[in-house]
Design a protein around this ligand. Sequence first.
Ligand code: HEC
Length: 152
Amino acid sequence: MRFTALTLIAAIALPSFAVADSIDDAIKARQGYYQVVKHNAGALFGMAQGKIDYDAAKASSAAKDLAALAHFGNDGMWPAGSSKADRPGKTRALPIIWETYPAIGEKVAAFKKAATAMAGSAGNGLDALKADVSALGASCKGCHDTYRAKDF
Ligand code: HEC
């Protein structure tokens, strides 16, 4: 039996999403993305603050994952119609993200720069990690202050 592209497509059951669902899915995806960001950045913040024992291998691994996340092209997670004004109670993403786009790119660039620096230094001792941690924390806060609401 010869499988053509058409029979293959027919054989795969593709779920169909309503538009509202796809917007809610995008919101959930970006919030999940930021949870992974927090998981890795949190380990680095914890070590810098002495709340977690410094471990070079763990620090390096967290910082490398964070740098990969910072470079993640997540444009599809920010569809029009997914701001806090459109989906109150579901997202903290402020409408200004879309109104002033691509200005938010400056904040993404600061995050990329800080995460890349951290990926290079986190495994080289606690002092090296500490030297880059302020810029990393500032890159999160810098974006949240302008683009993320305090409440959902
Ligand atoms: C370019 C902007 C930007 C940068 C940089 C950024 N964030 Fe965020 N973050 C957001 C926005 C916008 C939201 C709200 C997303 C939503 O609710 O749809 C968010 C949400 C979050 C959340 C909540 C996710 C949830 O479950 O609702 C956490 C935690 C978070 N960010 C941590 C961080 C940390 C830690 C950093 C730095 C290492 C960081 N973010 C860097 C913009 C940014």
